[in-house]
Design a protein around this ligand. Structure first.
Ligand code: IPM
Ligand code: MG
Length: 359
């Protein structure tokens, strides 16, 4: 049966990095059917909405979805619910991709490009499991209102329920079991929250622990709890002490940007957003649309290409092809292939050439 990958290049550098990813896909999985759609500002310009019902329906019907990036100054003055970012959030919510996997892997050739010293990051291989369709990103009520005295009040609601916490916790433990890094200082699963300040954070901690005690303890995967601010600190002090970090939507957003800098460049980091087994996942580079370099051929296509790698592995059942991509990226880096974000001078398509040459 033919497998279909829906490509949503989006805005900014999205189309450039997806173009290189398509070259890799055509070489490594020539039988894969590639379909295209619009999301973000690109969709807003064409249809007046950052995600059409039709695109969402297609995303739910294919085997996997690969997105570039959304957003840019062009749409800054558009109402929030029509902003490019709203298209991405609605896509995540509509596909119910609640488990966002953000690996931070330091390729040894890039250890010196990290903001941290080589010995702290060389060989780094950690994974942030971020809850993606709940929390303060989606909590109601939210809004901006004008008060009687003419000043204004902005508010968002941070909330989580037991089922939301339990399902993401199960994903984190399943993956941690497969990784087998329990011997690390915070090895197994390290769940982070602000239980010292937030009620939703206290519930998070209690529900993770309750599920562990009731069902997960026998897996032999340790559970640690850490406050999110302490985690931000330990990530730069002893990053290799972590294994799987389990975080809510907002803390996972921030900690994954921080973790990206350990690896050399945010231009290297892919992500997978998974729903329940058998449903399509959404794959996207962690970097944004980078409007400052869009259209100049300066973007690093590695994060998008490695996002394809994750799609092949997690949704399409092609782990051999996935392994080949990781190896090709690693080989190209070993041979000195570098885009400007990594301190080199290669263009986006030259980086694509270098990776293709290793496939
Ligand atoms: C990310 C991004 C998004 C988020 C934005 C673009 C809505 O920062 O994927 O990390 O906050 O989730
Ligand atoms: Mg982010």
């Amino acid at each position: 049966m033919t497998q279909t990958l829906l490509l949503l290049p989006g805005d900014g550098i999205g189309p450039e990095v997806i173009e290189q990813t398509v070259r890799v896909a055509e070489k490594i999985a020539p039988d894969l059917a590639l379909d295209y759609g619009l999301v973000g500002g690109a969709s807003y310009d064409e249809h007046g909405t950052p995600l059409t019902d039709e695109t969402l329906a297609r995303a739910k019907a294919v085997d996997a979805v690969l997105m570039g990036s959304v957003g840019g100054p062009k749409w800054d003055s558009v109402a929030r619910h029509h902003r490019p970012e709203a298209g991405l959030l609605n896509l995540r919510k509509g596909m119910d991709v609640y488990a966002n996997l953000r690996p931070a892997l330091c390729f040894s050739a890039l250890a010196d490009a990290s903001a941290l010293k080589r010995h702290l990051v060389e060989g780094l291989d950690i994974l942030i499991v971020r809850e993606l369709v709940g929390g303060v990103y989606f909590g109601q009520p939210k809004g901006i209102e004008t008060l009687a005295d003419g000043t204004r009040r902005g508010f968002d609601n941070a909330e989580y329920t037991t089922p939301e916490i339990h399902r993401i916790t199960r994903v984190a433990f399943d993956i941690a079991k497969g990784r087998g890094n329990s011997d690390r200082r915070w090895g197994g699963v390290c769940s982070v929250e602000k239980s010292n300040v937030m009620d939703s954070g206290q519930l998070w901690k209690e529900e993770v622990q309750a599920l562990y005690d009731a069902e997960l303890k026998d897996m032999g995967v340790p559970l640690h709890h850490m406050l999110a601010d302490a985690c931000a600190m330990q990530l730069v002090r002893e990053p290799k002490g972590f294994d799987v970090i389990l975080a809510d939507n907002l803390f996972g957003d921030m900690l994954s940007d921080e973790a990206s800098m350990l690896t050399g460049s945010i231009g290297m980091l892919p992500s997978a957003s998974l729903s329940d087994a058998g449903k399509p996942g959404l794959y996207e580079p962690v970097h944004g649309s980078a409007p400052d370099i869009a259209g100049q051929g300066k973007a690093n296509p590695c994060a998008a290409i490695l996002s394809l790698e994750m799609a092949l592995r997690w949704n399409l059942g092609r782990s051999d092809a996935a392994d080949a991509i990781t190896q090709a990226v690693s080989n190209a880096l070993d041979k000195g292939a570098r885009t400007p974000d990594l301190g080199g001078e290669m263009s986006t398509s030259q980086m694509g050439d270098a990776i293709l040459a290793e496939l």
